[in-house]
Ligand binder design. Sequence first.
Ligand SMILES: Nc1ncnc2c1ncn2[C@@H]1O[C@H](COP(=O)(O)OP(=O)(O)O)[C@@H](O)[C@H]1O
Ligand SMILES: [Mg+2]
Length: 501
Amino acid sequence: MATRVVDAEKIDLGAPAAERDIGRGLEHYFVESGVFRRVLAGETTVILGNRGAGKSAIFQMLARRSRAAGHKVIELSPDDYSYEMLAESMAKEKAGSWAKQGSYAAAWKYMLYVQVMKEICTKQFRSKNASEAAIRKYVRDHHHHPGMGKMWTLISYLKRLEGIKIGNIEGSLKMRELEKLYKVDELRPLLPHLREALKDQRVIVIIDELDKGWDASEDARAFISGLFQAAVALNQLSPNLRTYISLRQELYENTPTLYEDAQKYRDLVESVSWNEAGLQSLIARRIRHSLPRLADASDEECWSLLFNGSLSYRRSNSFTYMVDRTLHRPREMILFCAQALQQAGETGVALPLDYATIAAAESDYSHGRTHDVAAEQRFQYPDILSVFEVFRGRADTLDREDLEWLVMEILAGEVSVRPAARAWMEGYDEMALIEVLWRVGFLRAQTVGAVRAGRRSGSSYVAYHESPALDLRNVRRFQIHPMFRAHLGLKEARGSSTTGA
Ligand SMILES: Nc1ncnc2c1ncn2[C@@H]1O[C@H](COP(=O)(O)OP(=O)(O)O)[C@@H](O)[C@H]1O
Ligand SMILES: [Mg+2]
């Protein structure tokens, strides 16, 4: 590879969110994973993943590929669903004991079928096909509401259910009406036609970003659990109809109705996760896209054009150093690298970048990530940031006893945290709080012996996302995840380097 000086500004690593990245080159540098292939084939229809793990990237690519293949694509975006609006417009579960989840499932089914039927009607060449004609007639007679958003169909259906549940209709009539609505009876005569029409037309529905505006309310939970049920039902109609959903991992884990339901359909659900080699390849592809002359360069070669292979810092490897400061999510890797490039651009430092530039970028990166992680947890663990702050300026690794001691001080109120954090800690013992800090990625646990496959760093500490089944009771030593280190000014204990040379 010829060594030529490259200007940091020549390299564009793309946008950190797939919705914007798709216009910057995602199609060219997309990393196709097994999950993506199973999504494309319609086998996996529910994808789980943490923020920034690549859920939207999969859906953006799915939509592009499907359109290119002549399929119809319906995308629902967060503007379409507002949890606040739902909570305001729907009566509480207590009022009239109406089974919310079942109502939402029915409303979703209704709305999704209607969307699919509308989409089928937009075919350019009207076939003389009787099924399509029947669908077209139904849509024209019942769903001509110009200007109404997609969600309007769902809400009005919910309102119909609510009206009967809470209203004063008596006895058997009420039961019959309700049953009809729950079973989505209105559409029953149309389903055979729809199945027929789908024989030569594939339609996919993509529902992303359900966590946007998520407020953990009764309606929000029923909304998502109901959608899950509806999607499973819809996908049984025809192999040419696929409804895809993405969900944030912890939102899924913390919604019991959903989680239990999903256990029945485990073969449909997959998580997106990355190993270190995958993340290096992700960055390398972006570098190649900016510098086509690197087309044949290996991932390592691409990387070393940007960053000095070995850093002056404890003779560590630059890739290991950086990836070790992430929770293995593409967005973090892109942000950290882009921050370093920007830093270099501003200070006029030439590529490849050395430790000083990476370290300068790290303080902004670490600050941003600490706040992001806390924000991500705001419904479950509000103000967890104030708990992170307790560790400021301390050593980055702690023996179990020291950690328990510190955590006990927090629980006993000897160290102050914000009131909202106090509230969720109510009734916690030391272990419970340590468990929370581990789950959100703040703490890493020392493992003795087996180190997970796919790791390049010599670290003996693992994070929750790498080893979710780890039993913390056997862990002797903990480390605050290095991602937080710069922001919290943590002191590195001698010999605790996590970035083996
Ligand atoms: N498989 C992939 N190949 C290339 N880039 C990816 C891939 N998955 C994610 N990315 C990039 O990582 C960033 C975060 O991904 P995104 O899909 O927006 O995350 P999520 O929707 O899970 O929060 C975006 O810049 C996206 O383009
Ligand atoms: Mg997204």
